[in-house]
Design a protein around this ligand. Structure first.
Ligand code: SF4
Length: 99
């Protein structure tokens, strides 16, 4: 079975999380039905942070190649690659219509 990533805003507290719900005044996490405190975020919270992009050194070609590939993966996860591709296609279409 394939894997999936769900991109959501990282909450500081359970009450700000889209997976938080209350049933009869008791807070729970929708991801595992565990009891949670709405003003806290438990250590076992299944949400993980998105890795940060790497800065290019412009001095070490091997490092920069790996960093560019890493950053491209981050863009693919966040959908930035798709947005850039759509924008390029729109620009091409606009240029074609002006010609
Ligand atoms: S434990 Fe994590 S995923 Fe679950 S409600 Fe709290 S912040 Fe959201």
């Amino acid at each position: 079975m394939g894997k999936a990533i769900l991109l959501v805003n990282m909450p500081d507290k359970c009450k700000d999380c889209e997976f938080y719900y209350e049933f009869e005044c008791i807070g729970r996490c929708k991801l595992n039905s565990a009891l949670v405190q709405k003003d806290e975020k438990p250590d076992w919270c299944p949400l993980g942070p998105l890795p940060k992009k790497k800065e290019l050194s412009y001095e070490d070609f091997a490092y920069d190649s790996r960093a560019a590939a890493w950053n491209s993966c981050i863009d693919a996860i966040t959908g930035t690659n798709r947005l850039k591709k759509e924008r390029r296609q729109q620009d091409r279409l606009m240029n074609w219509q002006q010609d």
